[in-house]
Design a protein around this ligand. Structure first.
Ligand SMILES: *Cc1c(COP(=O)(O)O)cnc(C)c1O
Length: 410
């Protein structure tokens, strides 16, 4: 195929026809069609919804209003008036695009202010902003680990952490889910120069929490650096929304590198890494996903700053979310629903078979609820589920309606 692409273009039509007939290009499309067909046969084919409303506890799709139980907008900040107004005001002042990467001329005083705010919020020396959590995780692994090193990941770590580990060229080890003994064994068996352990704080598809205290002990004993990705805890957990580390009162030194995102509880987009000055400076110098990408738009940075304010002022959002989670869990238990054990806003209802998961998701849609079926490879084989998420924007009545419908359909 590469020979065909590399060969010089000719305008001779006969030549074009013959090339088309046996060109790798046709074979290429055939292979893609087969791949898509296989995906359908396995009930793993993904369809995208098109919303015609803002993100929130109810959304509009195909002209229908649905109660939305699959968003990560845990605190309902995606459409918060203060957040929206901060975005608008800054857009009037700064325009939209940042115009360049952060190292060229895309970084403004607002980026500086957000970095300082995040460092303060997480109790660390410095912070660095990324366009997405995916890119922040790539930055961590590729900057802090290389060929002679080892990266250790929980079996259920987020896809971005897996890709990050792969891209780092370090040796990748997977330990059993939330199992410090399994990590300990893997670390002891490794002769890597440096050992980097990456874990989600709250697991994105299971909703359970990493056993941070035990992981910290294991890392300390084995001289490994622990990185925690708190995409689903930051903003939601802890008295001030500092995340799982705040909730568990974990000292900053025990988790040298902290990653969290803005696209979930903060309701905006982007992510950050917080660490000490030397680590952040190293990222600025070497992290390719920081250096070779356009800086976030100033208006978006302002929106994130506003969301951080709301987070502290409106603590009732965290309290309400906590109460709704409890309400949902007790109702689901009374119905005997097969929920994974989770105390967070992520409440996975296990189905197992992908076909059933899709069918139930479709039936819920018909009944007025938006809950997507999560299937392999996002979750392990046989682990298809409905990933139900609750938000501070929901009402108890909406949760009751969901429970009643689940009780009827399952
Ligand atoms: C969502 C998520 C990410 C990716 O963050 P984006 O900003 O959406 O790219 C990274 N890690 C975890 C654990 C996540 O859930």
């Amino acid at each position: 195929m590469s020979r065909q692409i590399d060969s010089p273009r000719k305008d001779n039509s006969e030549e074009n026809i013959s090339r088309k007939n046996n060109s790798g290009k046709d074979g290429f499309k055939d292979r893609l069609e087969q791949k898509l067909k296989d995906r359908k046969v396995q009930n793993l084919f993904r369809k995208r919804h098109t919303l015609t409303s803002c993100q929130g506890p109810t959304v509009k799709i195909d002209g229908r209003l649905l109660i939305n139980f699959c968003s990560n907008d845990y605190l309902g900040l995606a459409n918060h008036p203060e957040v929206v107004s901060a975005f608008k005001k800054t857009a009037d002042q700064y325009g939209i695009g940042s115009g360049a990467s952060s190292l060229v001329c895309g970084r403004c005083d607002l980026h500086q202010r957000l970095e300082e705010r995040l460092a303060e919020k997480t109790g660390r020396e410095a912070a660095l902003i990324f366009p997405s959590g995916y890119m922040a995780n790539l930055a961590v692994a590729t900057t802090f680990a290389g060929r002679a090193d080892g990266v250790f990941l929980d079996r259920l770590a987020h896809a971005s952490l897996i890709d990050a580990a792969r891209l780092s060229n370090a040796r990748l080890h997977r330990y059993q889910h939330v199992d410090p003994a399994s990590l300990d064994l893997a670390l002891k068996q490794s002769s890597a120069d440096q050992k980097l352990v990456l874990t989600d704080a709250v697991f994105s598809m299971d909703g359970d929490k990493a056993p941070l205290d035990e992981l910290i002990s294991v890392c300390n004993v084995n001289n490994a650096v622990l990185v925690v990705d708190d995409a689903h805890g930051f903003g939601v957990l802890g008295k001030n929304g500092g995340g799982l580390l705040e909730e568990k009162e974990i000292s900053v030194g025990d988790v040298p590198i902290f990653v969290a995102t803005f696209g979930k509880a903060l309701g905006t987009a982007g992510a950050f890494i917080a660490a000490d000055q030397i680590m952040i400076e190293t990222l600025i110098q070497f992290a390719r996903t920081y250096i070779y990408t356009t800086a976030q738009p100033p208006a978006l940075i302002s929106a994130t700053l506003a969301a951080l304010e709301v987070l502290e002022i409106e603590s009732w959002r965290r309290e309400k979310l906590g109460a709704l989670v409890k309400h949902f869990c007790s109702g689901a238990n009374a119905l005997g629903l097969d929920l994974l054990s989770s105390e967070t806003a992520i409440q996975p209802l296990m189905i197992g078979d992908s076909e059933n998961a899709v069918r139930i998701s479709d039936e819920l849609f018909d009944a007025g609820f938006l809950i997507s079926a999560i299937r392999p490879p996002t979750v392990p084989e046989g682990g298809a589920r409905l990933r139900i998420t609750l938000t501070a924007g929901h009402t108890e009545e909406q949760v009751d309606r969901l429970l009643e419908t689940l009780g009827r359909l399952l």
